[in-house]
Design a protein around this ligand. Structure first.
Ligand code: PHE
Length: 366
């Protein structure tokens, strides 16, 4: 019987002294594990006379319960201490000043795209996009530039391996293929048949084989397209006058519409804005010089027919301009290549706050 009280005091002592959960588990194994001291006592029961076995068995069981209760109690105590220590060590001082975060800026091209969305959005245009890798038909043929047309030479681009079905592929030379993609859209055709009016702008990347201070092999254009039954050249003029005045933020900005030629418009006009040069610096507004900024015209009946619409019913206008170019003019940046150098110092200087969304009422630029 002495055995039992020794085992009891050893087991309870080990539980009491366990300094962490690992030591406590070791104490549990030492008493109640397969080879533990209490388990050892259980094993001796079989050899006892029935009378003795009942009495001794009850005491061993009681000891077992006692040790289990002690283990539970110690476990709760250790967990509480561990939590308290963790709370002390991981204290967060909410009164510390915050660390300043580096603030990024919007690239002028993104800024100008947002400005375009603000201005044309007010006029009821929506934003459309198309693929950079375009097939020859959408980039040229649909737009009244058949193979061997001399206009193809002016838009020399990067030719990609043809598709499996033989379709020749190019990096698009302008955003105009999205005109064709949009007019061919069944939903758009239904909307037009129901008497609606199509108005889209298409900002995006374009490609040509060109590289100097004002040309890069990749650049950005925005296309505009309006198609319905009644839109005429007067609407084209009004729309572009309003756009240029809003964009350059010069209320009486003079515009000049010069006859021109594009295969996909007839008649066609290039648009110049008034400006002057003082000490080599450009001022946009009334002056004695003109700056060409965009191409435009009434959509050619062949293009309307190529896109599955009846040119006797539908008409409208289109325009296209370089986003990089109007960004350079508006914000006084003179080397186009710097747009794509990813120089953070340049971006900090020419970039825009990401928190100020351009709008006609709240202001467009800086
Ligand atoms: N796609 C023409 C170009 O890249 C621009 C343009 C678009 C002209 C629409 C007229 C109408 O040069």
């Amino acid at each position: 019987m002495d055995d039992l009280s020794t085992i009891r005091s050893e087991a309870l002592g080990a539980v009491e002294q366990a300094a962490d959960l690992a030591a406590l588990d070791a104490a549990r194994v030492a008493a109640l594990g397969k080879k533990g001291s209490v388990t050892g006592l259980m094993k001796t029961l079989g050899a006892l006379a029935p009378e003795q076995r009942r009495e001794f068995g009850a005491r061993v069981n009681q000891l077992k319960s006692e040790i289990e209760a002690a283990l539970d109690a110690r476990k709760s105590a250790l967990s509480a201490t561990a939590l308290a220590a963790k709370l002390v060590n991981e204290k967060v001082d909410v009164s510390l000043p915050t660390r300043p975060e580096g603030q990024g800026t919007l690239h002028p091209i993104g800024q100008v795209m947002d400005e375009l969305a603000a201005i044309f959005g007010e006029m009821g245009f929506s934003w459309a996009e198309g693929p950079d890798i375009e097939d020859d038909w959408h980039n040229f043929t649909a737009l009244n530039i058949p193979p061997d047309h001399p206009a193809r030479q002016m838009q020399d681009t990067f030719y990609l391996p043809p598709r499996a079905d033989g379709t020749p592929m190019v990096l698009r030379t302008h955003t105009s293929p999205v005109q064709a993609r949009t007019m061919l859209d069944k939903g758009v055709q239904k909307m037009l048949a129901d008497g609606g009016s199509l108005r889209i702008i298409v900002p995006g990347r374009t490609y040509r084989i060109d590289n100097d201070a004002t040309h890069t092999p990749m650049f950005h254009q925005v296309e505009g397209l309006v198609i319905d039954r009644t839109t005429h050249m007067g609407h084209l003029k009004g729309c572009l006058v309003d756009f240029c005045r809003a964009f350059f933020e010069v209320d009486d900005l003079p515009l000049r519409f010069r006859p021109s030629y594009f295969p996909f418009t007839e008649p066609s006009a290039e648009v110049d804005i008034g400006c002057s040069w003082k000490d080599g610096e450009l001022r946009i507004g009334a002056g004695d010089s003109w700056l060409e900024i965009l191409g435009s015209g009434m959509v050619h009946p062949n293009v309307i027919a190529n896109c599955g619409l009846d040119p006797a019913v539908y008409q409208g206008f289109a325009f296209g301009m370089g986003i990089d170019r109007i960004a350079m003019l508006k914000y006084g940046i003179n080397d186009l290549r710097s747009f794509f150098d990813s120089d953070l110092r340049w971006l900090r200087h020419y970039g825009f706050s990401a928190l100020e969304w351009p709008s006609l009422t709240g202001g467009l630029g800086r």
